[in-house]
Design a protein around this ligand. Structure first.
Ligand code: SF4
Ligand code: SF4
Length: 222
């Protein structure tokens, strides 16, 4: 569904009112669902267990650099707005996490995601990005947090191929101009940019400029 982008409506109004947010959410849930089904079938055929399904360990997998497409961040931002969790304190944490993720090599980064609560529960679980929902391992859960643990990650080819394709379609629907790179970056930055763009009618130019800068910072540190 193409969104109406006449320069009068804010990003929040466009995202919520045009159905783009629901569409983005459906796409991400489908990528996760189909990828998990593929993994389950592979585990059945090759006789291994997916450790994540009954994992009670500390979620070491939620301490990595986490990335997301802008469209994956939109439902998260919408949820934060809806649940009145979009506060100055949250934005400060999003910025700090984004700055750290963008300037630290992935191998050196290990900090709990700011959406992980004290009980190891993801507080945006139903809206988590595809990179989180498709991260499954066949090695024992204890290996995930062991310094020299050998983690056997289950491949998720759909997560590699589908999200970039949908990102292009949804960026066009939102009237986002091409910036030479995908509207993609570290999760806290993408969520923060969505929240900052929420009340802005000039969101297209705002997001183009900020996403380009975020992508440059992220690439420079890899
Ligand atoms: S990746 Fe490791 S820590 Fe994360 S849910 Fe799976 S088994 Fe648990
Ligand atoms: S968004 Fe949720 S699943 Fe993803 S890293 Fe953060 S807490 Fe973990």
């Amino acid at each position: 569904m193409a969104a109406r982008t006449d320069g009068q409506l804010t990003f929040g109004e466009i995202v919520e009112g045009s159905g783009v947010c629901a569409q983005a959410s459906t796409v991400t849930r489908e990528v996760i669902g189909r990828s998990n089904a593929d993994a389950a079938e592979d585990a059945r055929v090759h006789l291994y267990v997916i450790s994540c399904h009954d994992c009670t360990a500390a979620k070491a997998c939620c301490s990595f650099v986490t990335t997301a497409y802008l469209y994956e961040a939109m439902p998260i931002a919408a949820r934060l707005v809806r649940e009145r969790r979009d506060t100055p304190a949250l934005r400060k944490k999003l910025k700090a996490a984004a700055d750290a993720m963008e300037t630290t090599r992935s191998l050196d980064y290990q900090r709990p995601c700011l959406f992980l609560d004290a009980t190891e529960r993801c507080t945006i679980y139903e809206d988590r990005p595809s990179v989180c929902g498709t991260h499954l391992v066949s090695s024992p859960a204890v290996a995930c947090s062991a310094p020299d643990g050998r983690v056997e990650k289950i491949l998720a080819p759909l997560q590699e191929s589908a999200p970039p394709r949908f990102a292009e379609i949804l960026a066009a629907d939102l009237g986002l101009e091409p910036i030479g790179v995908p509207y993609f970056g570290v999760l806290p930055r993408m969520v923060l940019l969505c929240l900052e763009a929420w009340p802005r009618p000039d969101y297209a130019s705002f997001l183009a400029e900020r996403c380009q800068a975020a992508a440059d910072r992220y690439r420079a540190s890899r």
